[in-house]
Design a protein around this ligand. Sequence first.
Ligand SMILES: Cc1cc2nc3c(=O)[nH]c(=O)nc-3n(C[C@H](O)[C@H](O)[C@H](O)COP(=O)(O)OP(=O)(O)OC[C@H]3O[C@@H](n4cnc5c(N)ncnc54)[C@H](O)[C@@H]3O)c2cc1C
Length: 496
Amino acid sequence: MISTWRLIASTIVLSGLALADTCSILKEISNIEVTDPLDLSYLSEQSDYWSTSCSALKPSCIIFPKDADEVSAIVKVLNNNTENFAIKSGGHNPNNGWSSVQGGPLISTQNMKQVILDSETGVARVGPGQRLDSISAALQGTGWTFVGGRIGNTGVGGLVLGGGLSYMSAQYGWAASSVLEYEIVLANGTIATASATQNADLFKALKGGGNNFGIVTTYVLQTYRQGNIFGGNLVFLRTPDTDAKLLKAVRDFTEYNEDDKAAVIVTAERGNIDLIDTWILFLFYDGEVVPEATFKNFTDVGPLLDTTKVQTYADLMAGSNWVIVKGSVVQIGTETIPMPSAEDSEKVMGGIHDHWRNITDTTLLELGIVASIAYQPFPKRIAEAAKERSPDLIDADDSANRLILELNYSFVPQSDYDKMDQTLQQTYGGIRDRVLGWQQDGTLPDIYLPIFMNYGFHQQDYFARLRPENRAFAHSVSESVDPTGFFRTRIGGWKP
Ligand SMILES: Cc1cc2nc3c(=O)[nH]c(=O)nc-3n(C[C@H](O)[C@H](O)[C@H](O)COP(=O)(O)OP(=O)(O)OC[C@H]3O[C@@H](n4cnc5c(N)ncnc54)[C@H](O)[C@@H]3O)c2cc1C
C-alpha cells in the first residue's frame, strides 16, 4: 500500500498541499497512474463514452487506480480540496457529468478488471472495470454465468448500482440481487465491506442507489449454472398492423408467460426522415430448446429477418454490440407503467405508442436521428425473484405486472442538446400524464411505479419515485457513511 501512495497519509504533506489539485498531488506523492490530456490513455478513455456529449467534457486528468488501496488514496486527496470529480466504469450512462466531468479529475475503473471465479460455489469477484461481454468471455467454458444486462459493451459498474435488468431477471431478480458483497471505498477513504452480515444497511442502499455511497472496487457476485442459450433478434418493417400486433404480444407475454427462462425486449426505431421505421425484438431463452408457444405471438407477426439461434451466452453478449451507435449524442429517459388489462391493451399500449410516434415525427429532420422506444416486461416474477435474494431500494411488490419503457434519442449536433432535452421530457412526460389519467379513470391500477435508474434522464427524479420510506432510508445511509456530503455534493447523479 505504501508503495502506491507514498506518505499520502501524512497530514504534514496533505496540509502543505491542501487545496492543490488532485492530479498534481497524486503525481507528486504516489505511483498511481495519472494521465494528462495529451496522453494516449487519456484520449482513449475520454473518447469511450456512449454519448459524445460526455466525451465533450474534459477532465483535468484521468486517474487509473489498480485496487481499493489506490482508490482510497485518491479519495483522501480529494477530501483536501473542493474539486468536482467523476467515477467511470463502462461510460454507458449518457447523462452529462455523471461518469464524466469538466475540469476536475476522472477516476476510471479500467485497471480494476479482475474476474475470479470459485468454480465450486459459483461465487465470482468482479472488478468495476469489466464490461458484460468481457465477464461473459471470462466465464465462458466454466459452466457458470452472471446476471447482467443485455448489451455486451455496458459496464458492470453502473449497471449493477442501478439495479440492472437482465434477460435472467425473472429467474434471479435484478443484477444487484445477486451481489453477495461489495468492496467499497467510503467518503473518508475507508475501505469497507457491505454484505448481508456486514454494514447491512449500506448493502441494501447500494442495490439501486447509484454512485451515492462510495466507489465500489469489487462486486462479489453469485453466478448460476448455465449451458447454451437461445437468443437473437427479429426485425419487422413497421406498419400500423405490426404496431397493433406487437404491442398486444408484449402485453400478453407480460401477463401470460410463466416460463422464467424466457425474456423479450420489444423495440421500435425511427430515423432519417423515416428511412428507418422498424421493430427490432430481442428474444432470449435460458436453454437450447424453447417450448413452442413461448414466442409464437411474436414470430407469427412475420419478421423480415430472424437471427435467433442456439449459442453460448458469451457469443450472445459479444454479438449484441451492433446496437451501439458511435459518434452520436445520446439521451435516454424512462417510464414505468402498469400492465393494462387485455381489454384495455389497445387503448393504453396503442395510446402510448401513438404519443411516441407523434413526438418522434417532430425529430425526423434532426441530423443523424435515431429515436427508439423499448417495451420491457416487468412481470411480478422479477419482484418475487429479487425479494427472494436480498432487499433493495427499488422494493418492487408482486401485486401487479408492469412494463418498463426505455426512450432513446441519438443525434449528431451537440448544439441541439437542449432542444432534444425538451423533446425527451415531452416524450416521457406525455406517457406519465396519460398513465396518471388512466389511473384516475380506473383504466389502470393505482400501483407503485418506480422509475428504473439505469434508463433515467437527469431531469427525472429517481429517488422521488421510490417508496418514501426507501428514499428516507437511502438518505439516512448516505448521511451516516458520508456525513460531510462528499459524494452528495461533488459528483453528478441523483441524490437521495
Ligand atoms: C446499449 C445499452 C444497453 C443497456 N442495456 C441495459 C440492460 O440490459 N439492463 C440495464 O439494467 N441497463 C442497461 N443499460 C443502461 C446501463 O445499465 C446504464 O447506462 C449504466 O449506468 C451503465 O453503466 P456503466 O458502468 O457502463 O456506465 P458509467 O457511465 O461508467 O457509470 C454509470 C454511473 O455509475 C457510476 N459508477 C460506475 N462505476 C462505479 C463504481 N465502481 N462505484 C461507484 N459508482 C460507479 C458512475 O459514476 C455513473 O453515475 C444499457 C445502456 C446502454 C447504453
